[in-house]
Design a protein around this ligand. Sequence first.
Ligand code: TYM
Length: 329
Amino acid sequence: METVLSGIRSTGNLHLGNYFGAVQNFLKMQQEYNCYFFVADYHSLTTHPKPDNLHNNVKQVFAEYLAAGIDPELATLYIQSDVPEIPELYLLLNMNSYIGELERTTTFKDKVRKQPENVNAGLLTYPVLMAADILIHRAHKVPVGKDQEQNLEMTRKFAKRFNHMYGVEYFHMPDPFNFGKELVKVPGLDGTGKMGKSDGNGIYLAEEPASIRKKVMSAVTDSGPVKPNQEMTEPVKNLFYLLELMSEKSTLDHFRNAYNTCTIRYGDLKKQLAEDIIKFTDPLRTRINEIYNDEVYLSKVVKMGEEKARASASQTLKDVRKIMGFKSF
Ligand code: TYM
């Protein structure tokens, strides 16, 4: 049976981009694949969270996964830092990864631009830790959004290099995965780029309706089409993309037609979009809050995940150490 793995950094609440990029595809797979889903708390250290925030964020993301429908009996749901085999594999993989290739990754270059005061070594080796996350369970498929495509390429490169270096066929080449074929990039509300945790342009699964309405109503648009079937500007294209994700087809058709005939009022589109998002997030928000406050349930699920994840991880690590030549005296 093929193995599927996905993860989310615990740097903030889950937003719609995370849901449609990573979680939704995973949910469809948990019945038929050997599935691992984890909270990447070590990765969040690259932005230096305060200790209290670190814990609360892990708890929040964990509760959000469960509320979104991950079944901890079917899938293995765990916290990265509960599995010490991951940092050990990270250490081993670091020896076969090169500074030049790490410096060239887009995500690293982005971070250098965004946080020039904190270009730590963890940022540079971020793709190696991610490779360790994936290879520790020898995953075949990795549901991710478009932004993680390059990191997945790095994982394949490290896996191939390991196999080649030691003359084995041990690691599979994991593929980024989306049921709709193309990896998705959910846009933010600020007119350009993707919805992100740190960019303040996202809608969170746990967000209150009033706040969703406010954010959507202030999304960037343009001054409107002046001729029929005019090419859309990026901010407007983004709103239509969100409508396509969140609304009925008839709603989408209605606003597309209004755009193409120059009768569109962006205010009406936003109002409808906000209500459709709320319809989707409202039941999730209620479930997230219930689960977040159920300490007994959470600790049971966390422990169960840790045990299952370590059983698989320790086997891989044992094999890798043997392949590399570690022997006991
Ligand atoms: P992170 O936490 O930034 O995002 C988690 C997942 O959500 C997807 N995503 C999006 N998809 C579509 N549109 C968007 N606007 C959008 N924003 C985020 C991401 O592609 C990702 O799939 N490095 C990873 C976490 C990680 C990981 C792993 C993922 C660590 N180890 C191993 C997969 C496998 C990250 O920071 O994702």
